[in-house]
Design a protein around this ligand. Structure first.
Ligand code: 5GP
Length: 215
C-alpha cells in the first residue's frame, strides 16, 4: 500500500573520546550486516592498535592538505591538532544500494554533514558520568598527559553541544547502548518522509467492494 525509498540511512555518530563509542560501534557492526562503517583519513600518528586502512588511512599533514584541495573529503576538521576527514568515495554508492553508512566523527564534521545532508541521523553517545570519562581517558594509556587534558577539555565542550544531535545514548552498558541505537535506526526506517508513494485505488472502488463483501 506504500512504496518507500530503499536508500540506506546516513548515520553520524559522535562521542567525546573516552565515551566508549569504539566498542559500541564494533558490536553494532558485528550484529548488523546492513551497516557499513566509513574509514576516515587522519594526519595523527598511528597508535599501537591502529591498522592502516582499517581504523584510519594515515597521511602526513601535507598529504592531507593536498587531499582537501582535491575535494577528496565529504567533511573534515582539525581536532586536537590533527586533521580528520571522511573520504567521499563509496558513501553515495553504499547508500544507493540500501546500505546504512556510519560516520564516526567529531562534532565539527557532524555539523558539516548536517548542512550537506540534513535528513541524516545524528546520534551522540554520552559517557555515563564525567568521572567515568576521566577514568577511561587516563586508563587508555596511549596518550601523553597533555593530550589527555586536551581531549578532556574538548569532551567537556562537546557534551555541552549534545542538543545539536537528534538522539543521545548514554553508554552505561555496551549491550544496552547497542540495542538503543538499533532501535533508533529501526524507527528511522518508519519515518513518513521515506514514503515515495501511497498506492491507493479510487475510493469508490473500495466502497463498491465493501458493499459486495457486506452482502
Ligand atoms: P581518535 O584520534 O581518538 O581516533 O579520534 C579523535 C576524534 O576524531 C574522535 O572524536 C573521532 O570521532 C573523530 N574523527 C574520526 N574520524 C573523523 C573524520 O573523518 N572526521 C571528523 N570530523 N572527525 C573524525
Amino acid at each position: 500500500m506504500i512504496k518507500t525509498r530503499n536508500m540506506g540511512t546516513l548515520i553520524v555518530i559522535s562521542a567525546p573520546s573516552g565515551a566508549g563509542k569504539g566498542t559500541v560501534i564494533n558490536k553494532l557492526l558485528e550484529k548488523n550486516d546492513n551497516l557499513w562503517l566509513s574509514v576516515s583519513a587522519t594526519s595523527r600518528i598511528p597508535r599501537d592498535n591502529d591498522i592502516e586502512g582499517k581504523t584510519y588511512y594515515f597521511y602526513s599533514k601535507e598529504e592531507f592538505e593536498e587531499k582537501i584541495k582535491e575535494g577528496y573529503f565529504l567533511e573534515y576538521a582539525l581536532y586536537a591538532g590533527n586533521y580528520y576527514g571522511t573520504p567521499k568515495e563509496f558513501i553515495g554508492s553504499k547508500l544507493d544500494n540500501g546500505i546504512d553508512v556510519i560516520l564516526e566523527i567529531e562534532i565539527q564534521g557532524a555539523m558539516q554533514i548536517k548542512e550537506l545532508v540534513p535528513e541524516a541521523l545524528f546520534i551522540f553517545i554520552m559517557p555515563p558520568t564525567l568521572e567515568e570519562l576521566k577514568r577511561r581517558l587516563v586508563g587508555r594509556n596511549t596518550d601523553s598527559k597533555d593530550k589527555i587534558i586536551e581531549r578532556f577539555k574538548i569532551a567537556y565542550k562537546e557534551i555541552n553541544e549534545v542538543s545539536k544531535y537528534n538522539y543521545v545514548v548514554v553508554n552505561d552498558e555496551v549491550d544496552n547502548a547497542v540495542s538503543k541505537i538499533e532501535a533508533i535506526i529501526k524507527a528511522e526506517k518508519c519515518r513518513v518522509d521515506r514514503i515515495e508513494e501511497v498506492l491507493l485505488n479510487n475510493e469508490e472502488e473500495y466502497i463498491h467492494e465493501l458493499l459486495i463483501d457486506m452482502e
